[in-house]
Design a binder for this molecule. Sequence first.
Ligand SMILES: Cc1cc2nc3c(=O)[nH]c(=O)nc-3n(C[C@H](O)[C@H](O)[C@H](O)COP(=O)(O)OP(=O)(O)OC[C@H]3O[C@@H](n4cnc5c(N)ncnc54)[C@H](O)[C@@H]3O)c2cc1C
Length: 405
Amino acid sequence: MTHPTRRDRPVEGPSPSPAGPAWDVVVVGLGALGSAAAWALARAGARVLGLEQFELGHHRGASHDHARIIRRSYHTPGYVRLADLAYRAWAELEWEAEERLLVTTGGLDLFPAGAAISPDPYRASLEACGVPYQWLDAGQVMRRWPAFRLDADVRGLWQASAGIVPAARGTRLLQRLAARSGATLLERSPVTGVRDLGGSVEVTAAGATFRAGRLLLCTDAWTGDLLAQLGAELPLVVTQEQFSYFHPTDPAAFAPGRFPVWIWMDAPSFYGFPAWPDAALKAAQDVGGRQVTASSRGFDPDPAAADRLAGFLRRHLPAAVGTHVSTTTCLYTLTPDRDFAIGPLPGHDRVLVALGAAHAFKFAPLLGRALADLAVHGGTDVDIGPFALDRPALTTADAPTSYLV
Ligand SMILES: Cc1cc2nc3c(=O)[nH]c(=O)nc-3n(C[C@H](O)[C@H](O)[C@H](O)COP(=O)(O)OP(=O)(O)OC[C@H]3O[C@@H](n4cnc5c(N)ncnc54)[C@H](O)[C@@H]3O)c2cc1C
């Protein structure tokens, strides 16, 4: 599927005739992606209704907690370019909100020899996009950040612009800006019915029915339920993940101005943050949890996963694991290739889907704008073509899975 660019089509105003649906766009799901889209749509002048099944800011999805990594180091030039646009979108959000959001810490991707994730595509993609980085040996890493204990065969990719964006605070802010720009956001409004009527869509939530020109599903782990009503399916896997906070034994070594965000690029893969926003630091395993559904998941941390994380930290960042503060669960919703699924639902031009494959928080303000472009203009100049819902990874039975990015 190709997405027409904005320039391919005349710019259409979002308002239908007075006899048309009451809403231009109904956004289902107000996590980071839905909230960003609601803001961008409202800013574009669309009449937008956002429906969230739980209370805004709830902890059952993927956009809660303090911190998310933002980084340019990615394995394809396409993602590196997208990340560059994402930084601009965060800057624009900061400007609109008159609030600092992004904390630049620098980022360190650590590759042991023979790592499951090869450094080559990361380095090649950064080079192709002219993004500066440093390729460090283990000694250089440990001299610069003495908290790390690394074997001699580990290499570090240092990229100075990586950092932290606030998860719950950022999502809340997007909701606030959406409402300020005229969006109607309804919490505790589970959508139980969606229908494609051809010329419009119909959404049922909490006993009410809404008609709209477009439907945008930003429902992450719950996406399958609503797609089924439209006779559609995506090969999504939901896993129950968890992240932990620790008070480090040496707080100064983990201060945001001193310590980077980091990712261990092997299987298992781990990642972590400086101590931010207060004295505790966050660390987690990436894709380390069991497969669940949004309704079968639990909220109790898995002790075996907690042990794996603590074991890794004791070996490679011993000063990080002073006192354990908390461990919290969350959901990853994964596509087979771990690329996003973004665009019109095949066979349903009025229905758009946005799914972030468990690495999209950093892109949320950018993807919100791209989704608004799609809904209002039918195309976007953000290159979301690789994430089309009819790509082979999403349509071929038994497509190979690769969750490590
Ligand atoms: C622990 C963890 C760490 C992560 N780390 C990073 C990182 O460092 N960097 C990064 O860029 N990304 C990261 N991600 C991924 C990123 O956070 C997610 O991709 C992003 O937050 C997903 O946002 P979302 O809005 O798609 O999903 P969600 O936040 O889950 O929102 C979906 C919403 O839809 C609602 N909904 C579903 N069905 C219905 C319905 N029928 N009616 C009404 N509402 C409905 C849900 O209640 C939910 O609020 C991480 C994710 C997790 C879980």
